[in-house]
Design a protein around this ligand. Structure first.
Ligand SMILES: [Zn+2]
Length: 384
């Protein structure tokens, strides 16, 4: 009979190793307790797997200050580890993928700004830079500017891209589009690695769930209140796409059924409502308190409907309007409490976004890291 059990046992062990590697690739640095929680492996099995992977130098283990040692399922220690330092507490030991295992490049091709951020598979940001561009710049030209920025950055910082795992790119507007196809093709040809393209607000959502205000949380609903209003849903560390990649378009929920037509095909959308107020007052800095309360209340109603639908643990709100602080958050929370199911509201946390201008580029990195290498077809664009 030979050794009949060696095959299945080896496969089982490989699948356990894969679970550990995937959890660390997706979530970033984790304590052993968090890793056990994420992988559903027993302490004994995990210990043996980790031992092997450490010996193979696939993983590293290091002490991190300021992490919360009692963190169980919530990966706040991971967030702290990724961010460097957050909060106070005794040092804890975290595991991560070996930073030498590969790099991911994140890009945000925004209206007036191009951002490039590079991280390693251990979730450490190794370089970041941005340049301004004119709003009318063509998408082909924007990609060329981004490529030049990557080349300058890697030369200046002596970073080799030979172990590049992929690129994650944020663009403005819907993704299955001509601009998405242009971006996809040009970057694929230049770098020869998998390229993932998504809407930059949705990537900011993924970044907040990976590195920011929703780090380590199982379900995050993100809303951005800027000149455009958009959002994203992240479940289990992965961006939820929906049938056509448009999940999380919270800005196009109607807040005025008799309101003006929106280019999206709807009427009285939240985005249109805010945009009309910004035109009327001349920008975010000039909004009067009544106008902020009005938008906050309508936003709370929109979020209540969305929260009743997906029952998230955390709502993260970003964008320029959050500079209004409690003028925004107080009426927003009040409306949310009023219109959300008690069971949904009981565990809900509403918080301000933590990441800055590079959020979407970081989300691009997270998009590369949350898509396993074998899935890394150029599948995001569906432009072909
Ligand atoms: Zn609309």
């Amino acid at each position: 009979m030979g050794t009949p059990s060696s095959g299945p046992l080896r496969l089982l062990r490989e699948s356990h190793e894969e679970r550990v590697l995937t959890a660390l690739r997706t979530r970033g640095p984790l304590t052993r307790a968090q890793l056990a929680d994420q992988t559903n492996l027993s302490r004994a099995t995990l210990s043996s797997i980790v031992q092997t992977l450490l010996a193979q130098e696939a993983l590293i283990e290091r002490a991190v200050e300021g992490a919360s040692p009692e963190a169980g399922s919530g990966a706040s220690a991971a967030g702290a580890a990724a961010a460097g330092v957050r909060g106070r507490g005794r040092p804890v030991s975290v595991l991560s993928l070996n930073p030498g295992g590969g790099l991911a490049v994140g890009m945000d091709l925004g209206h007036r700004r191009i951002q490039v951020t590079i991280a390693n598979v251990g979730h450490e940001i190794v370089a970041s830079d941005a340049i301004a561009c004119a709003e009318r710049t063509s998408w082909a030209r924007r990609v060329q500017l981004a490529i030049t920025l990557v080349e300058d950055l890697t030369t200046r910082r002596e970073i080799s891209l030979t172990s590049l795992a992929g690129l994650g790119v944020g663009i403005v507007g819907p993704v299955p589009s001509d601009r998405g196809a242009v971006v996809h093709q040009a970057l694929g040809e230049r770098f020869g690695v998998p390229v993932f393209v998504d809407n930059n607000t949705r990537l900011a959502a993924l970044a907040e769930a990976t590195w920011g205000a929703g780090a380590g949380v199982g379900s995050v609903l993100y809303l951005r209140l800027s000149y455009g209003v958009g959002g994203g849903l992240v479940f289990g560390g992965r961006l939820f796409a929906g049938a056509t990649g448009a999940a999380g378009e919270l800005g196009h929920i109607s807040v005025d059924r008799d309101g003006p037509r929106c280019p999206c095909g709807g009427r009285g959308c939240l985005e249109l409502h805010l945009s009309n107020l910004l035109d009327e007052y001349g920008g975010f800095d000039n909004l009067v308190p009544d106008a902020i309360t009005d938008v906050a209340t309508r936003t709370g109603e929109v979020l209540a409907a969305a929260c009743n639908t997906v029952n998230p643990e955390v709502v993260v709100v970003g964008g320029e309007l959050t500079d209004a602080g409690e003028h925004l958050f107080h009426p927003l929370r009040r409306a949310l409490r009023e219109y959300t199911h008690t069971q949904v509201h009981r565990t809900l946390r509403v918080t301000q976004a933590e990441l800055g201008y590079d959020a979407a580029a970081r989300g691009g990195i997270a998009l590369v890291l949350t898509n396993p290498p074998e899935e890394a077809e150029w599948r995001r664009t569906s432009c072909s």
